[in-house]
Design a protein around this ligand. Structure first.
Ligand SMILES: Cc1cc2nc3c(=O)[nH]c(=O)nc-3n(C[C@H](O)[C@H](O)[C@H](O)COP(=O)(O)OP(=O)(O)OC[C@H]3O[C@@H](n4cnc5c(N)ncnc54)[C@H](O)[C@@H]3O)c2cc1C
Length: 424
């Protein structure tokens, strides 16, 4: 797929890339996709972002556009009609999307994981020949839905207990029946609820002793009998994600609904841990957006505001310097971590990944609060994006399994204890 096919021309882009292609030595595909995301973000996502936030509605129009410009299939392999973006390419592209619309970037992540995990990540994992062949066949069905029909996937993972933190088996169960599985259980905070065509459900195969090793990843059609969306959605931030609750009651899915062969999700979660960092690019984008806004605002250049300059005050200059330092530190660490992500990382790489997730999530919010303090009262009116960035940014630290708290827990423990060590 190419930009020409997408009919998005390389018009002059007034926004500089988050990661300068030369300085960060981006590949041609990374340059092409991040440019596409920036242009699309600026032309389509930013002007509409307020609408999803204000009414807490899912950005379906953006998804229809992403089907047309190919971003819906960013991590679908080229052989299956997608862009074939790898992990790092996706992460940088998602940051550019998050810069313009947090809700779209975060929900897009849930969708994209259904392709990234089954695609580039699964290619790195061990499977016997039979499982590999079956996986290739099944994922082709799932990719065709996305490429041809614009199907949207959600990723309900959280259950309100310890499972999503990665310490217990998922309470949602898959019971073997003739020709497939019966799914029973409940998920909370399911972004894209009511809008996705498929729920990529993480559940545990029903056995006498439940084990995380028996985690299954299954595509449940949203319109299947026994699927219900329930609960209100009126949150502080990320309002357009519409993350309501789901209940699955004796929902039948055929064998081909399996998005990964048995045991492969567990293998991914243990040997490809950077897969849980994919919630961070949204907030990397928000951090950049808070900084961009502040510079423009202090220069008197934010559209819709009087051309009043505030840049001459030393306190503002110091605040911008502080913001820039924090942004550069965040970007540098994050870029290092997404560059070294892969199967079987070293302990140092995993600790760095926790540090990067924590840093992006907390610094995005810190940068937003500094932006509001520095720009002042008129900057946080609802007619401007800054107050939405501030609210959206607070949600980053809450995302399981790598919440800010859990990253700190793991960093401290895993830095002080080698695997299997205790004090008895
Ligand atoms: C905007 C938004 C969108 C979301 N979208 C999705 C989605 O699409 N799919 C999805 O699956 N989830 C989604 N989530 C849910 C998210 O990943 C968390 O599961 C959810 O925020 C957990 O709710 P809680 O904080 O009440 O959890 P609780 O279980 O009450 O945990 C509270 C905090 O305690 C800590 N904690 C939890 N378990 C442990 C443990 N075992 N050990 C130590 N500390 C622990 C964590 O820091 C956690 O943040 C979304 C959340 C938000 C805010």
């Amino acid at each position: 797929m190419s930009l020409a096919e997408n009919q998005i021309l390389d018009a002059a882009d007034p926004l500089a890339p988050i990661f300068d292609p030369d300085a960060f030595r981006l590949t041609d595909k990374q340059i092409e996709l991040t440019a596409l995301a920036r242009q699309f973000g600026q032309d389509a996502l930013a002007p509409r972002a307020d609408k999803w936030d204000r009414d807490a509605v899912f950005p379906m129009e953006n998804y229809q556009d992403m089907h047309k410009n190919g971003l819906l299939a960013i991590c679908v392999p080229e052989a299956n009609g997608g862009w074939g973006a790898d992990y790092k390419t996706y992460m940088m592209t998602a940051a550019e999307i998050g810069r313009h619309c947090g809700t779209t970037s975060l929900t897009w992540n849930m969708h994209v994981c259904s392709c990234l995990w089954t695609g580039a990540l699964a290619d790195d994992l061990d499977m016997n020949d039979q499982d590999r062949a079956e996986h290739e066949r099944r994922r082709a069905i799932h990719y065709a839905r996305i490429v041809n029909d614009g199907a949207i996937y959600a990723q309900p993972f959280s259950e309100g207990g310890a499972a999503a933190a990665g310490t217990r088996p998922f309470g949602t169960l898959a019971t073997r029946v003739d020709g497939g599985w019966l799914i029973n259980g409940k998920k909370i905070f399911a972004s894209l609820s009511g809008s996705a065509d498929y729920y990529g459900v993480l559940c545990t195969e029903q056995k006498e002793n439940l084990s995380r090793r028996d985690t299954m990843y299954v595509a449940v059609p949203a319109n299947a009998e026994g699927v219900e969306v329930f609960g209100d959605w009126d949150p502080l931030g990320m309002r357009g994600t519409v993350s309501r609750n789901l209940v699955f009651k004796d929902v039948f899915v055929p064998d081909d609904a399996a998005l990964m062969p048995k045991g492969v999700y567990f293998q991914a979660a243990t040997s490809w841990p950077h897969m849980f960092l994919t919630l961070s690019p949204t907030y990397m984008g928000i951090a950049q957006a808070a900084y961009d806004f502040t510079v423009k605002y202090l220069r008197g250049e934010v559209p819709g505001t009087p051309p009043v300059k505030r840049r001459m005050y030393p306190t503002k200059q110091h605040a911008v310097a502080d913001m820039r330092i924090m942004l550069e530190q965040t970007k540098a660490l994050w870029f290092q971590v997404i560059s070294e992500a892969g199967p079987n990382p070293t302990k140092e790489q995993v600790l760095r990944a926790y540090a990067a997730q924590y840093t992006v999530m907390e610094n995005a919010n810190e940068l937003c609060q500094l932006a509001i303090r520095t720009c002042g009262g008129q900057s946080m009116l609802k007619s401007l994006p800054l107050e939405r960035l501030y609210r959206d940014s607070r949600c980053g630290s809450l995302m399981l399994p790598w919440t800010a708290e859990l990253c700190v827990d793991r960093l401290g423990r895993e830095a002080l204890y080698e695997r299997g060590e205790d004090d008895d």
